[in-house]
Design a protein around this ligand. Structure first.
Ligand SMILES: O=C[C@H](O)COP(=O)(O)O
Length: 250
């Protein structure tokens, strides 16, 4: 399982850089603009320059409206700024067709510019609270739009977590559908270390965190701490090892 960490700006990205050996993807966002809030192009560029070259930089394009042209152009902006993972939160899409239209535009805009870029179609575990496409629709939306991964995060960061909205069994189905479609499955949403056993068992490819690696577990007022990133990774490794042992014993 890959570890994606979301700093809110250059200062926190430098903290991520100190913990680079423990993480896999640095995900630039602007949390005060929403769960997948987009940051400025110059921030993405500066963070790209600040983290080791072998660590991919991801950028969120926002909790986007159903405006395919606008979103495609924004996604290209993120790619031009140096992000190779482009994450789109399909906040304003109420039907799978709308979401496919948005993501198809993103895929074309980004891959025409950079064919090896990795496009992530993200929905929300708490979609029922905001009226957007349902979680289990994401793998098919990602597949039909040519995206590379399907993701779930939580839209409303009020302390509720991924499994409060989508049960572990439904998350397992999400992962299964993504894999069946040839995609990676990414899960996030106030994930804590105690969720790692389940996330590992169901075959999650990427886990996204912010709060869990911030001081006091607070994604807003706490800052990302390299020691918490290291501790989270150690837990991930422990669960991966335990899972491998269990599977080998079967
Ligand atoms: O993409 C990952 C999100 O930033 C997760 O943030 P969170 O762990 O604070 O919910």
């Amino acid at each position: 399982m890959l570890l994606l960490i979301s700093p809110d700006g250059v200062e926190e990205a430098l903290e991520c850089a100190k913990a680079a050996e423990h993480l896999d993807i640095v995900d630039v966002k602007k949390p005060d603009e929403g769960s997948l809030g987009a940051n400025y192009p110059w921030v993405i560029r500066e963070i790209r320059g600040a983290v080791p070259a072998d660590k991919p930089v991801s950028a969120t394009v926002g909790d986007v409206p159903y405006k395919p042209g606008t979103v495609a152009q924004a996604a290209l902006g993120a790619a031009v700024s140096g992000a190779t993972y482009i994450k789109v939160g399909l906040y304003g899409c109420t039907t799978p067709d709308q979401a496919i239209e948005v993501m198809s535009g993103v895929v074309r805009a980004v891959k025409d510019y950079r064919p090896d870029a990795f496009v992530v179609a993200s929905g929300y575990a708490d979609a029922h609270r905001i009226g957007c496409v349902s979680p289990l629709a994401l793998p098919d939306i990602a597949r039909r739009s040519g995206s590379d991964a399907a993701m779930l995060d939580t839209a409303i960061k009020d302390g509720t977590r991924l499994f409060d909205h989508v049960s572990p069994a439904a998350c397992a189905e999400f992962v299964r559908l993504a894999h069946e479609a040839g995609l990676l499955a990414a899960l996030a949403g106030s994930v804590k270390a105690e969720d790692l056993a389940t996330l590992t068992r169901i075959g999650t490819d990427i886990v996204g965190v912010r709060g869990a690696v911030c001081e006091g577990g607070d994604r807003n007022s706490g800052r990302i701490q390299p020691r918490l990133v290291a501790a989270f990774r150690a837990e991930m490794d422990r669960h991966a090892q335990e899972h491998a042992t269990t599977v080998a014993a079967l």
